[in-house]
Design a protein around this ligand. Sequence first.
Ligand code: SF4
Length: 170
Amino acid sequence: MQGILTKIVKVGLITERVKPYTDDELEHTGTALKAHIDRRFAGSLTIRQLDAGSCNGCELEIHALNNAFYDIERFGVHFVASPRHADVLLVTGPVSRHMQVAALRVYTATPDPKWVVAVGTCAADGGEFGVSYASCGAVSNVLPVDAVIPGCPPTPLALLKGLLTLIRRR
Ligand code: SF4
């Protein structure tokens, strides 16, 4: 033990220091979003994410919003486990036929006033999957959509910008 401690003291810190990194566009967008949320939602906007048939690419980008870099909670945006606690439904994927009823139930369970945001190309217009025996296509074919965030998949920054656009115009 003594030998290890001596070695630690002698060698010191050998890892490289990480330079602080900030993304100005992210900070600017997040700060603007927070200002609107503070003013109109008492500091807290809640989101329930609904995967209606996605390939999970969109989910990876949505999950990234909660990582240490984006840390969306600092801007007052919180993901919740139940639609009953949500202001916004973020819906991904084309709506598969199997998810059609579930999507309608989630929508009904979300209290008014609520917004539905279609996330990704598939949610916007059905994408590669279109409308078929297995797919209802665009989210708007099943639910009233208030905003669309395009991309395959949209980046976390695009998601933040889409939320800002939605909240600004409502
Ligand atoms: S938009 Fe792209 S990433 Fe998102 S569900 Fe469709 S194929 Fe997957």
